[in-house]
Design a protein around this ligand. Structure first.
Ligand code: MG
Length: 258
């Protein structure tokens, strides 16, 4: 399975650095931990700093895309997709810390499948959507639930720095069986979410038609497709792992805000 990663050659490079940063590289992670860079050079995973596997111009997220998740939070099942953004500044990498904000008392995990866009697109029909998908990755839509509820809209609750772990890699769509994906989230090894993408209210193709009816998507943009039931709180010191079966596992530790 092809594993596309991004990484930095020096440890001090900020995790949200764009591809234009002189230390940022893209490469293929091989089974033995070696990284083959696009220019042919080879390095090793333990010699670099892993970054988010994509560098999107925008992260478009679908809220309440699984009926049982909408219900578990006391919400109606939506009649059309609920969209929101997470800012690119919220991205973080596999293995990096999720910072628990001092101003929140209820931070939740949300394991999700991420869709990586491969081509600029606008006004897609659902039947055309497959052609613009480059591949898939794993996303944790970390949410300050108390702030989300208090604000009425979701910009703060979803948008803190480090609230969008993504990766460790993305894989081309041709190499995985999307229909077989399960989203399994554990906290400190305890299973919390185990959902199947077949339960999405709005399939990926319908989401892409809905989004591109008003907005241009660019290569590298990331779509977070919503979380299955089982969301719950995180605490400082927890390790949260989101597995998309057949794709990969995204793991992060929760740390206190300094
Ligand atoms: Mg979500």
């Amino acid at each position: 399975m092809t594993k596309y990663i991004r990484f930095a050659m020096e440890p001090g490079v900020p995790v949200t650095s764009p591809d234009t940063h002189p230390s940022v590289r893209r490469g293929l992670l091989e089974e033995d931990g070696r990284i083959r860079m696009m220019n042919g050079e080879v390095t090793a995973l333990n010699r670099v700093k892993l970054l988010p596997c994509v560098s999107p111009s925008k992260i478009v997220c679908v809220g309440r895309n699984y009926a049982d998740h909408a219900k578990e939070l006391g919400n109606a099942v939506p009649a059309e997709p609920i969209l929101f953004f997470k800012p690119p500044s919220s991205l973080t990498a596999h293995g990096a810390a999720v910072v628990y904000p001092a101003m929140s008392e209820l931070v939740s995990f949300e394991g999700e499948v991420g869709v990586v866009i491969g081509a600029r697109c606008r006004n897609l029909k659902a039947a055309e959507a497959e052609a613009v998908i480059a591949g898939y990755t794993v996303v944790n839509d970390v949410t300050a639930r108390d702030i989300q509820k208090r604000d009425g809209q979701w910009t703060r609750g979803k948008g803190f720095d480090t609230f969008c772990p993504v990766g460790p890699w993305w894989t081309p769509k041709e190499e995985v069986d999307f229909a077989s994906f399960r989203v399994r989230t554990t906290v400190n090894g305890e299973l919390k979410q185990d959902g199947t993408v077949g339960d999405m209210l709005f399939p990926v193709a319908a989401i892409l038609e809905y989004v591109t009816a008003f907005m241009t998507l660019e290569p590298g943009d990331l779509i977070a497709t919503g979380t299955p039931p089982g969301v719950g709180p995180l605490a400082v010191g927890d390790t949260v792992a989101v597995e998309v079966t057949g794709l990969g596992t995204l793991e992060n530790m929760v740390v206190a805000q300094k």
